[in-house]
Ligand binder design. Structure first.
Ligand code: RB5
Length: 149
């Protein structure tokens, strides 16, 4: 199950992504928003990121105008490694090296063709582990220290 969410700046791209996921037979849960009316991206990043952090959804796709605000919001949820990408190399590398569990994109930055290619790479690339597991464990250590302050 893939969690998907957006703000108004990502709504049009989210609808294209949903059609593609449906065509591919990939199940998703849509956490909104549901129109181009102005909203605040954090309100939609939170439930989608929580669904990924809890394990209810295995990965997430979040879209705002730039992909930046919604990635910042998602990364505040414990256990989330959200990567804002606008190229295929980064979308693949963030799975291989960062074990990213959420891909963020800008609906005003990337076209649907590029977005779908990035999603394909993101969903189908396994984490390499090894030295990269040590590195992401250190990110979790930072998170733990911040929560325990
Ligand atoms: C909304 O206008 C825009 O600021 C938002 O979609 C996003 O780009 C923020 O990072």
């Amino acid at each position: 199950m893939i969690a998907i969410a957006c703000d108004h700046g990502g709504f049009a791209l989210k609808e294209e992504i949903k059609s593609w996921l449906t065509e591919k037979g990939i199940e998703f849960e849509d956490f909104g928003c549901n129109s181009t009316a102005s909203v605040d991206y954090a309100d939609f990043a939170l439930p989608a990121a929580e669904a990924v952090a809890s394990g209810k959804c295995e990965k997430g796709i979040l879209i705002c105008g730039t992909g930046i605000g919604i990635s910042m919001a998602a990364n505040k949820v414990r256990g989330i490694r959200a990567a804002c990408c606008s190229d295929c190399f980064s979308a693949e590398m963030t799975r291989l090296h960062n074990d990213a569990n959420i891909l963020c994109m800008g609906g005003r930055v990337v076209g649907a063709g590029l977005a779908l290619k990035m999603i394909d790479l993101f969903l189908n690339t396994e984490f390499e582990g090894g030295r990269h597991a040590t590195r992401i464990a250190k990110i979790a250590d930072i998170e733990k220290a911040q929560y325990e302050k």
